[in-house]
Ligand binder design. Sequence first.
Ligand code: COA
Length: 166
Amino acid sequence: MNDPTAIYPGTFDPVTYGHIDVVRRAAAMFPRVTVLVARNPTKAPLFSAEERMAMVRGVFRSQRRVSVDCFDGLLVEYARAHNATVLVRGLRAVSDFEYEFQMALTNRKLARSIDTVFLVPDEKYTYLNSSIVREVARLGGDVSGFVPPAVRRRLQARVNKKGDRT
Ligand code: COA
């Protein structure tokens, strides 16, 4: 491999300890990892792409190998434009497999030189996703086991603000 940058794409609305675990594993394998925040308007994210990027940046501030960017459009086009040949995705459980397999093969069909590497996060995080974290926060539950303190504060502020408007 020729000093490849690995791209870890996702919506990260918000970033959780599960994502962070995957980034740390990727950073141990690749010289550079870009956490790539998809604007993803179809998911109607709670946080803007800029806010999601800022939260990820805050987490990896001290890690020189990890950078953060955002994109709109086709993932493989971003990868090509940035000379990246590796996409990283986390596989939490068998239920992730079919969709991830489909995405990996679609991306390969679109760009043969780009490969997907699957990393398995720590089993403590296999049940986590961002929707669950948002829901627990919205209902006043404690999310400190799911997200870092800075993300928890932003999440609580956002759901409280939304609650005020309803
Ligand atoms: N820990 C915690 N949660 C995790 C996780 C982990 N290790 N791995 C995945 N998740 C969560 C995510 O937070 C997300 O939660 P949510 O649905 O509650 O938001 C969910 O599991 C996975 O959602 P998914 O839709 O699979 O991925 P994503 O939203 O994170 O990212 C993109 C999907 C952006 C990578 C994909 O849609 C994409 O590439 N879009 C660009 C368009 C494109 O190129 N399309 C062709 C590719 S087929």
